[in-house]
Design a protein around this ligand. Structure first.
Ligand SMILES: Nc1ncnc2c1ncn2[C@@H]1O[C@H](COP(=O)(O)OP(=O)(O)OP(=O)(O)O)[C@@H](O)[C@H]1O
Length: 256
């Protein structure tokens, strides 16, 4: 190829996350079957689909909780399928599960402090100091998750929605570049749902977010792009406008 031809070649787009041909089988059953999708920096991607479609398993594969049997997950050039869960966290991928895993007996401040990155070895943890930078970061995150006035409250006394936000805050304090949230608004009030949409729109100024969600009103509010899974495969992908009028999506999911 001549130098001119090389420079004219199309540039490959820099996706934050590239999932390609991802597959996993459980006892011969393909729960995730040849799934590919690409997430941009600052994007909110929502994964929808009927129960058992493989949504949670896809997130489990990305965060290293489950090992794939085929395909790749590239995040900023790293193949996550070759990395351990803790290495994936350090690479910048944070995952929130459906049930909040906060410390109920500790305050909001202490929960956030515990999640502050303390270095990757035992000495980092031993010599960790509650210095000004840490305190400032905790206040900054607490404001972002609407808990700035609740720093001294015990987590046990927070509402269900506030507990979900606290757990998102515990991820944010680690500064991941990609956050993955499994049904973040399940059980929330309408007002809490609205604030969660606002929170996600704040978050994506510095992060990308993948959300699994069944609440279609919420999906319409937040999704830049929707990936529809069905029986372990990608059935459709695109804007919510496009996906919700797709007859196949209506047949297997939205029409029920
Ligand atoms: N560790 C596992 N061992 C065996 N089967 C599993 C395992 N994890 C998931 N499955 C199966 O894989 C399929 C996909 O499950 P998954 O939880 O990913 O679906 P989902 O789309 O998240 O569903 P829901 O909306 O109900 O949460 C299901 O049939 C489930 O029973």
């Amino acid at each position: 190829m001549t130098p001119q031809a090389a420079s004219a070649a199309p540039q490959q787009k820099d996706f934050l996350l590239a999932v390609e041909a991802l597959t996993v089988s459980f006892d011969g059953f393909k729960a995730v079957n040849d799934v590919s999708f690409y997430v941009d920096p600052n994007e909110i991607r929502v994964i929808i689909g009927p129960n058992g479609a493989g949504k949670t398993t896809v997130l489990d594969l990305i965060c290293g909780k489950t090992r794939s049997s085929g395909g790749s997950v590239r995040f900023k050039g790293h193949d996550l399928t070759r990395m351990r869960e803790d290495q994936i966290v350090h690479a910048g991928v944070g995952r929130k599960f459906q049930n909040p895993s906060i410390y109920e007996d500790l305050s909001v401040f202490e929960n956030l402090e515990l999640s502050y990155p303390k270095g990757h070895n035992v000495f980092g943890a031993l010599f960790f100091k509650r210095d000004q930078a840490v305190i400032e970061r905790i206040h900054e995150v607490a404001e972002m998750i609407f808990l700035g006035d609740h720093l001294t409250d015990k987590a046990a006394h927070l509402s269900h929605g506030q507990k979900q936000w606290l757990e998102i805050g515990m991820l944010l304090i680690q500064k991941p570049e990609l956050l993955m949230l499994d049904e973040p608004v399940a059980g929330m009030s309408v007002a809490e749902r609205r604030k969660t949409a606002e929170l996600l729109n704040r978050i994506i100024q510095d992060h990308a977010v993948i959300v699994i969600e069944h609440d279609m009103g919420f999906v319409e509010d937040i999704a830049h792009k929707v990936t529809v899974l069905h029986q372990g495969k990608v059935l459709a992908e695109g804007s919510m406008e496009k996906v919700k009028t797709d007859p196949r999506v209506i047949e297997v999911y939205l029409g029920h």
